[in-house]
Design a protein. Structure first.
Length: 355
């Protein structure tokens, strides 16, 4: 099931939206935010790829909107595929995209006004292969702006090395696949794909590979993306496989880093990457209030996690300089195996997430 793409000139940007059982109104808001980017000088195709075939009324509504919204500058295409995960849906969209640039948007987020024009203009002016902008996080009682830098920047040579190091520091905001555009030829020619074996961390691996392949990376201090954190996403249910998924994702990331020429430059940043994910495991797995463990069992899990070779090795030495004071305190509590302190920190963090 898919809409046709006949008689539409090759677009400047292809926006890929993977969708899995989306809220229809949220999805339409996302699509409209993409449509609003199109101008006579900026042609846009919007590719909605359903990870699992959509219900017929949803498909019919989208195809009707595709027909009524189609113009010389915008076209919506809708595809369905058997359920295989967000990575497979993004890869499907990438394979069928025809734009000079690729942009990935989640089905409940939105592009901000003028986003694609700003990103493309900067990318073409400075011959970039990847361009990122700042982004907003919106929740029930929260609106925050996240900027990689306080000024526009073209990154090559040592600047690109610094960018790659920052991709391994999740707090820097460089590892996200959204709020970016990627030159499609660079992605296709280097066979860069989202790793369908990863349940977590697939964005970072993709951004790393794309950044390694890029000759020039750009950043604009201009808001391009709105990430919408729903009430449901703020609730952390217990997933018994969470720790294993994190460990698998970090080990996969390590293999990609090791493929990079001069990878020893990234030893310190990769340690930061490991420790960041240990902090996630501490909150969302070990001290998750929904875990089916009594206190004795939780203590045993706490000890087992810290004994894992990857985490044990990363806890050697001082806290990363890039960590804020709260993360440095958590790092020290983990290093000293202070069970009670870690439990209290995790409870506070879970309350913050819920709020």
């Amino acid at each position: 099931m898919k809409t046709t793409s006949s008689q539409f000139a090759a677009p400047v940007v292809s926006v890929v939206i993977p969708a899995y059982r989306p809220d229809f109104q949220s999805l339409m808001g996302t699509i409209r935010s993409v449509r609003s980017q199109a101008t006579k000088n900026l042609t846009v195709e919007c590719l909605v790829v359903f990870d699992g075939f959509p219900e017929r009324p949803v498909y019919d509504s989208l195809t009707a909107f595709a027909d009524e919204s189609r113009s010389d500058s915008f076209m919506l295409r809708v595809e369905g595929m058997p359920h295989a995960g967000v990575s497979a849906a993004r890869n499907r969209g990438t394979a069928t995209a025809r734009g000079t640039w690729l942009c990935y948007v989640d089905d409940d987020d939105q592009l901000l006004p003028g986003a694609l024009q700003a990103l493309v203009s900067y990318g073409e002016t400075h011959q970039c292969d990847v361009v990122q902008g700042s982004y907003e996080t919106v929740a029930i009682h929260l609106r925050e702006t996240h900027a990689y830098a306080d000024h526009d920047e073209v990154l090559t040579g040592d600047g690109k090395t610094r960018w790659l190091q920052d991709v391994l520091s999740p707090d820097k905001g460089a590892s996200l696949v959204w709020s970016k555009i990627f030159r499609r030829d660079v992605i296709v020619d280097n066979a860069i794909r989202f790793d369908g074996t990863l349940v977590r961390g697939e964005d970072t691996v993709f951004v790393w590979d794309a950044s390694v392949a890029a000759s020039t990376i750009g950043y604009i201090n201009f808001p391009v993306y709105q990430y919408r954190r729903s009430a449901e996403s703020a609730v952390s249910g217990f997933n018994a496989a969470y720790c294993d998924q994190i460990v698998y994702a970090v080990l996969a990331m390590r293999e990609h880093v090791k493929r990079c020429a001069g990878y020893t430059r990234f030893t310190g940043p990769f340690r930061t990457y490991v420790l960041y994910h240990l902090l996630l495991v501490d909150v969302h797995f070990v001290f998750n209030s929904n875990a089916p463990w009594n206190n004795r069992q939780r203590r045993a899990v706490f000890s087992d996690v810290l004994a894992a070779p990857m985490f044990h090795s990363a806890l050697t030495g001082n806290a990363p300089a890039s960590f804020n004071i709260a993360k440095k305190i958590t790092f020290l509590a983990l290093k000293l195996r202070l069970y009670g302190v870690n439990k209290a920190i995790a409870m506070v963090r879970m309350k913050q997430i819920a709020e």
